[in-house]
Design a binder for this molecule. Structure first.
Ligand code: PMP
Length: 376
């Protein structure tokens, strides 16, 4: 098979340790070795999120984790406020609508971020029971300021549920400290594991609410999951994908062992953006404060995006295109994994060749940004 360099915003390249771990011999999911593995994974997730309380792990993709939030927090009579800035915010909204909630929808234009003011004023106006937000909108490469949004809400705010599918592991997110009530994520992006795990964290009051009324799905019943997660011997109500737990365990150990992990991801994103702009590509997210550190979306003014994508693929570089209204208009490339200068040079070099650029100054621009202060 031709060597392909994977830069899609999920799945992302899986490191050697996680790959090897997932090849370990199979064990029963009702034995002490699995309890220990599950405990280690829970400990790693609590450390990453700086939060107490269990993280429920479903054998599903990220959509399954969103579905779990829907099955437990949306029912006829629920009023949900959805603030969406892209295709995945729209999906979260659709899931809540299907489980019966009455929706109040706020749409932020694609490429723009959700500001604290927009959410705070919509909460005041709509007085919802639940607020649906997206941490990292993968369809546009927007990172929303969830911490600042939480600070702008009143103390007795409604339940705030966040789609963190494409943000957790790459950018700081501390739901307990920030006052978030529910978080959904998945294995195949910032957690650097193959696809197949959907994860959900809840605040104590969200757990209370989830336990008070029966979920409308058995498979995605959060209270049922929690009942099986006994301290010291956590289990699942049905068969978990054991190999992926091994991979997550190994990947969390690697992420947590690098104290500069989040700063490195931010640095790679900044340097990639600087190189792209110097090459003549245009960032979809104009305001740099809202740019994701995991995925970058860009267009080529006056150029043929489809042709660039074709040429990248012919070189063995696998990007992603646009979704929905952005189909055929943008390219997205991810940097969730350990992208440093060699990988950046390859990404930018491939884009240089695909565009047929004449100027080589983009390397200087990227290098200047790369060498800038790591936490700048
Ligand atoms: N939400 C966001 C923000 C995502 O990026 C994705 C996947 N691209 C999903 C939800 C859906 O996740 P999955 O494809 O794993 O079901």
């Amino acid at each position: 098979m031709m060597n392909r360099y994977l830069f899609t915003p999920g799945p992302v390249p899986v490191g050697l340790e996680a790959s090897l771990a997932s090849a370990r011999p199979m064990i029963s999911h009702r034995c002490a070795a699995f309890h220990e593995l599950f405990e280690r994974v829970e400990h790693g997730l609590s450390t990453l999120l700086r939060s107490s309380g269990p993280v429920v792990i479903f054998p599903s993709s990220g959509t399954g984790a969103l579905e779990a939030l829907g099955a437990n927090f949306s029912r006829p009579g629920t009023k949900a406020l959805s603030v969406s800035c892209g295709a995945f915010g729209d999906r979260f909204r659709e899931i809540f609508a299907r489980f019966g909630a009455t929706m109040a929808n706020v749409d932020v234009p694609y490429g723009e971020g959700v500001t604290p003011e927009v959410v705070a004023s919509a909460v005041e106006r709509e007085r919802p029971d639940v607020v649906l937000l997206t941490m990292n909108e993968t369809s546009t490469g927007v990172l929303n300021p969830i911490k600042e949004i939480m600070e702008a809400l009143p103390k007795d705010h409604p339940l705030v549920l966040v789609d963190g599918v494409s943000g957790i592991g790459t950018m700081p997110f501390f739901p307990e400290e920030w006052g978030v009530d529910g978080l959904a994520t998945a294995s195949q992006k910032g957690l650097l594991v193959p696809p197949g795990l959907g994860l959900v964290w809840l605040s104590p009051r969200a757990w209370e609410r989830a336990s008070a009324e029966r979920a409308s799905s058995y498979y995605f019943d959060l209270a049922l999951q929690r009942k099986h997660m006994k301290e010291g011997a956590p289990e699942n109500p049905y068969t978990p994908p054991v190999s992926l737990y091994h991979a997550l365990d190994a990947s969390l150990a690697e992420i947590l062992a690098e104290p500069e992990w989040f700063a490195l991801r931010a640095r790679a994103a900044r340097a990639f953006a600087a190189g792209l702009e110097a090459l003549g590509y245009e960032m979809l997210v104009r305001d740099a404060r809202f740019r994701s550190h995991g995925v970058t979306a860009f267009s080529l003014p006056g150029g043929d995006v489809a042709d660039v994508v074709r040429k990248l693929r012919a070189m063995g570089v696998e990007p992603a295109g646009g979704q929905g209204p952005l189909k055929g208009k943008i390219i997205r490339m991810s940097h969730y994994h350990d992208v440093r200068w060699p990988e950046l040079s390859m990404m930018l070099g491939a884009l240089y060749a695909a565009k047929g650029s004449s100027s080589g100054d983009f390397m200087r621009a990227a290098l200047d940004a790369w060498e800038g202060r790591i936490d700048g």
